[in-house]
Design a binder for this molecule. Structure first.
Ligand SMILES: Cc1ncc(COP(=O)(O)O)c(C=O)c1O
Length: 374
């Protein structure tokens, strides 16, 4: 029996001994949180993503929460979230006391600007919209920004799947008011857990910066010089450790090559799928800009198996797959949530994520492709 083929492979993402040396030197420095590594990671990440400021935090959920809070989202505010995303995108709205309004998605899973326009035309109580660059594919940001602008609505980009993805050469995260990234264990670049908010708005950056550390008026380094400080608002502990930040600096350097490798794996899949009746892939024409956090096939009626049967068939051959995501409206907590989700519901029935990671060995990928053939 062959080894199991994982859906993600962290060992292909965290490579090289130098990362261990970087972690060792952080430990040796005796400074383990909010220090030089964090500052270096923030400035390198922000500049690689076309933004003035980066604020490193402990997850993308924290980044999204702090971004919405900095924009003033609170009790009773309505925030538009795509129907197909991970629950974190919607949860942060509810955690702030706001209400989620779902927006339907296109066939590639991304927020549908036409659906967004009808949501915003129908309601005048929406303050913010959160497009999600699902699977690593940039959303239609020009259309989304123009509709949001017309309705005077703020835009927070959920870039959890898309570090390094671009639209006409411009990095995602730099289109809206704030962009939020995840460095969770399975992501394109990882620090185990971690996240980053980026923005070119000085005021928003300053707010998020304080929210991350209990709204203290001084950083730990500044407090070393003089202990006096104030707490001039309500914040939380969203801090990233220096160990994570050192990993982040290392991972960021490798990100372009890792994303390119993901694109090569994707091209092999796309070519193979063209010859398989009933299996399709929807991800846009310009694949140079897609960073393929996930590779999601769509199972049409002509395929010889249903989605769940294909999942079992792959599992029987030791190949792990997954479903990203059940629409938000299907989650118990969100029962009865506002918004039209018919396309997301239909899409959900036919999507399956198959193994995707950089440097996938050719024989591993052939095994997966063979298992997809009838
Ligand atoms: C689309 C999306 N948004 C937000 C998050 C939350 O990221 P984190 O786990 O870093 O909080 C995730 C995590 O998987 C995600 O997939």
């Amino acid at each position: 029996m062959t080894d199991q083929i994982p859906l993600y492979d962290v060992n292909k993402v965290i490579t090289g001994d130098e990362v261990v040396d970087d972690i060792r030197s952080v430990i040796d420095s005796g400074w383990l949180t909010l220090g030089q590594q964090t500052e270096t990671f923030e400035s390198k990440f922000a500049s690689a993503h076309g933004a003035e400021h980066g604020i490193a935090v402990n997850s993308c959920t924290s980044a999204l929460y702090a971004a919405l809070r900095a924009l003033g989202v609170g009790d009773g505010d309505r925030v538009v979230v795509p129907a197909m995303t991970f629950s974190a995108t919607a949860n942060v709205v509810r955690l702030l006391g706001g209400d989620v309004v779902l927006c339907d998605v296109k066939d590639n899973g991304n927020m549908d600007p036409v659906a967004l326009k009808s949501v915003l035309d129908e309601r005048d109580d929406v303050t913010t919209v959160i497009p999600v660059h699902l699977y690593g594919l940039p959303c239609d940001m020009y259309e989304i920004l123009s509709i949001a602008d017309e309705h005077d609505v703020d835009v927070v980009e959920d870039c959890a799947h898309a570090p390094g993805a671009t639209l006409d050469g411009q990095p995602v995260g730099s289109f809206g008011d704030v962009g939020c990234f995840s460095f969770y264990a399975t992501k394109n670049m990882t620090t185990g857990e971690g996240g980053m908010a980026i923005t070119s708005d000085d005021e928003l950056a300053a707010k998020i910066f304080k929210l991350r550390n209990h709204h203290q008026t001084k950083t730990p380094e500044e407090k070393e010089e003089n202990w006096g400080y104030d707490v001039d608002g309500l914040g939380f502990n969203f801090r990233m450790s220096e160990i994570s930040a050192a990993m982040g600096v290392n991972q960021l350097q490798k990100l372009p090559a890792m994303n390119e490798s993901r694109r090569e794996v994707a091209e092999e899949y796309i070519e193979a799928i063209e010859d398989i009746d009933g299996l399709t892939w929807r991800g846009g024409d310009d694949r140079k800009e897609h960073v393929f956090h996930l590779f999601v096939v769509q199972i049409q009626d002509e395929y010889h198996l249903t989605r769940n049967e294909l999942y079992d068939h792959l599992a029987n051959q030791n190949i792990l797959s997954g479903v990203h995501y059940p629409p938000i409206s299907r989650l118990g907590y969100y029962e009865g949530v506002a918004g039209d989700v018919s396309n997301a519901e239909a899409l959900f029935e036919r999507i399956l994520s198959i193994p995707m990671f950089p440097d996938m060995a050719a024989d591993t990928q052939n095994e997966i492709i063979e298992a997809l053939r009838p």
